[in-house]
Design a protein around this ligand. Structure first.
Ligand code: FE2
Ligand code: FE2
Length: 492
C-alpha cells in the first residue's frame, strides 16, 4: 500500500476540470486541501496550516493574489505559488514585486516541474526556519553575556574622555582608561579588550598608526576614533577608511546616545562572526540541496533504465541491448575525446534510447516474425514517445535529442524528422552507430547474428548513408584495438 504523503498542499482553482486535473497530478506526492474559490481558500488557511499553497489568480470571492497576501500574513514562511492565464501576467508581476509569491506559472501547468519546485521551496523554507531559530537562540545568549563581558579600552583626555567613560559605565562595561600611549599599549597587550576608543590627536601618532594599534588587539576589535576639534569631518572619513566602526566628533552626543554607540561597536565583531557562521551554514545547506537534487535525478535515470531493462528482459532477442549500446557508446565517446559531461549525456541517452518502446503494443513489439509496413510505422513512434516521456523531466532535457534522433540518418532518410548530418549532434550519431552495431551482432527472430568480422564489413557499407562515417571509423578503430571484446555477438 502506498504511504501517506508527508506534505500538505492547498490547491485552489474555480475551474472544476482544471482542479480535478491538477488534483490527479499532485495527489500522489501531497495530501491535498482543495478550495473551489478564493473565499474557500482563505477559510482553509484560517483552519489549517499547509506546507505549500498553489492558487489560481482569477477566482470568485478573492483573487489568487489576495489569497496569497492573506497567507503571507498568517504564515509568512509557507511557500506561495500562483497560476495565471498566459494572456495576463500583470497580476503575477504585481504580486512578485510586492513579495507576495515565491513562484508563478502560466497555464497549462507542467505538473512535474511544479511538483519539484514545491518540494524545493518547502525544503528551503524548513532549512531557513532552522537557521532563524538558531540565530535567535544565539542572539539571546549573547544579549545575556554582552554586558558582563564587554571591556572598553579608552585612550582619551579631558571632558570628552570623561563623557565616554560615563557612557560606558552606564552600560555596565568595564573601562580601562589611560591618557598615555605607552600604558595603553600594555592595556591592549594584556588582551580582553572589545572596543578601543582612541583620541585621534594622542601623542604624535598618525591616524594610520592609531588604527594599527587598535588592530593589534585582534582583527575583530572595533575601533572608535575621537576627534576633539569641532566638525572635523575629514578625520572621520579617514578613520572609516582605516577600518574604524565609529567616529566621535566634538561636540559629543548626549550620554545615552553615546552609550548606545559604544554598545553597537562592541557588538560588531560578534555580528561579523555570526554572519560568517550563517553564511557558511547557508552554503552547506545549498550544497546539501544540490546533492539531494542530484540523487533525485540519478534515481530517475535508474528508474527509467530499469523500465527499459524490464521491457527487454521479456524478449530473449533484445535482452541486454541497452546496456551494451550504452557501453559501446561511452567507449566511442572516449575515442572522440568528449568531455566527462558529454560522455555522461551519451551514457544516459544510450541507456534510455528505446524508452519509448514502453508505449508500443506487445503484439507488435514482441512479434516473432518480420513486421508489416503498418506495424513498422507503429514501431517508429518509439522515438517520439520516448522524447515525450523525457520532455517532462527537466534534468533529462539534454538526452531528448538522442532518444528522438537515434534512428535519424546522415543521408536524411531516417525518422522521425528526416534530419541530415548537419543537424545531428555527435552524441546522437554515436548512439545510432552503437545501436546498429549491437543489432547486427545480435540474433533476431528473423535472422541469425552476423559474425564479428562480417558485422564490421556490413557496418562499413553503412558509413555515410545510414551511419556517420566518422563514428563507423571510430567503432572500427575500437574493434581493431580490442576495446569492444566481450561486448558483441549475443544470441538469444
Ligand atoms: Fe530504437
Ligand atoms: Fe535500440
Amino acid at each position: 500500500m502506498a504511504s501517506t504523503p508527508d506534505l500538505q498542499l492547498l490547491l485552489a482553482d474555480d475551474d472544476t476540470a482544471i482542479r480535478e486535473l491538477l488534483a490527479r497530478g499532485f495527489r500522489h506526492e501531497f495530501r491535498l486541501l482543495i478550495a473551489c474559490d478564493g473565499t474557500e481558500a482563505i477559510e482553509a488557511l484560517r483552519q489549517s496550516r499547509p506546507d505549500a499553497i498553489l492558487v489560481d489568480e482569477m477566482m470568485p470571492g478573492a483573487t489568487g493574489t489576495e489569497v496569497l497576501r492573506a497567507a503571507r500574513e498568517l504564515m509568512p514562511e509557507v511557500p506561495r505559488l500562483l497560476m495565471t492565464a498566459s494572456q495576463d501576467p500583470t497580476a503575477a508581476m504585481r504580486a512578485v514585486n510586492h513579495g507576495e509569491i515565491h513562484r508563478f506559472y502560466t497555464k497549462p501547468l507542467k505538473v512535474l516541474e511544479v511538483r519539484r519546485a514545491i518540494r524545493e521551496l518547502v525544503e528551503r523554507a524548513r532549512a531557513e526556519q532552522v537557521l532563524r531559530a538558531e540565530l535567535l537562540a544565539l542572539r539571546e545568549s549573547q544579549a545575556a553575556t554582552t554586558a558582563a563581558t564587554t571591556t572598553v579600552g579608552l585612550l582619551c583626555e579631558g571632558p570628552m574622555g570623561d563623557a565616554i567613560e560615563r557612557a560606558a559605565l552606564r552600560r555596565s562595561f568595564l573601562v580601562r582608561r589611560t591618557t598615555r600611549i605607552e600604558t595603553f599599549e600594555s592595556i591592549i597587550g594584556a588582551g580582553g579588550v572589545d572596543v578601543v576608543v582612541i583620541d585621534a590627536a594622542v601623542g604624535a601618532a598618525t591616524l594610520a598608526e592609531v588604527a594599527q594599534l587598535a588592530r593589534r588587539v585582534d582583527v575583530g576589535t572595533s575601533l572608535i576614533l575621537v576627534e576633539q576639534q569641532q566638525d572635523h569631518l575629514a578625520t572621520c572619513a579617514q578613520a572609516f577608511q582605516l577600518g574604524a566602526v565609529d567616529c566621535l566628533v566634538a561636540p559629543l552626543p548626549d550620554e545615552l546616545l553615546l552609550s548606545v554607540r559604544l554598545e553597537r561597536a562592541a557588538g560588531r565583531p560578534r555580528e561579523r562572526a555570526e554572519l560568517r557562521r550563517v553564511t557558511w551554514e547557508l552554503v552547506s545547506t545549498n550544497r546539501e540541496l544540490a546533492l539531494a537534487n542530484r540523487r533525485v535525478e540519478e534515481g530517475q535515470v535508474k528508474l527509467l533504465g530499469g523500465l527499459v531493462r524490464a521491457l527487454e528482459a521479456r524478449d530473449p532477442y533484445t535482452a541486454g541491448h541497452t546496456d551494451r549500446v550504452a557501453e559501446i557508446s561511452v567507449r566511442c565517446a572516449e575515442a572522440f575525446g568528449l568531455s566527462t559531461a558529454r560522455r555522461e549525456v551519451v551514457r544516459i541517452g544510450a541507456l534510455l534510447h528505446d524508452i519509448g518502446k514502453i508505449g508500443i503494443r506487445d503484439e507488435v513489439l514482441y512479434k516473432p516474425g518480420k513486421l508489416t509496413p503498418e506495424e513498422f510505422e507503429v514501431i517508429k513512434t518509439h522515438t517520439t514517445i520516448g522524447a515525450r516521456i523525457l520532455d517532462d523531466i527537466e534534468s533529462l532535457a539534454c538526452v531528448v535529442p538522442i532518444v528522438r534522433g537515434h534512428h535519424e540518418r546522415p543521408d536524411g532518410r531516417g525518422y522521425p524528422d528526416g534530419l541530415d548530418l548537419s543537424a545531428l549532434p555527435l552524441e546522437v550519431r554515436i548512439v545510432s552507430g552503437a545501436d546498429v552495431l549491437d543489432a547486427i551482432t545480435s540474433t533476431r527472430p528473423y535472422r541469425q547474428a552476423s559474425g564479428i568480422d562480417e558485422a564490421f564489413t556490413i557496418l562499413g557499407t553503412l558509413a555515410g548513408g545510414q551511419l556517420d562515417a566518422e563514428v563507423v571509423a571510430a567503432l572500427q578503430g575500437l574493434h581493431a584495438a580490442g576495446r569492444l571484446a566481450g561486448l558483441l555477438q549475443h544470441g538469444p
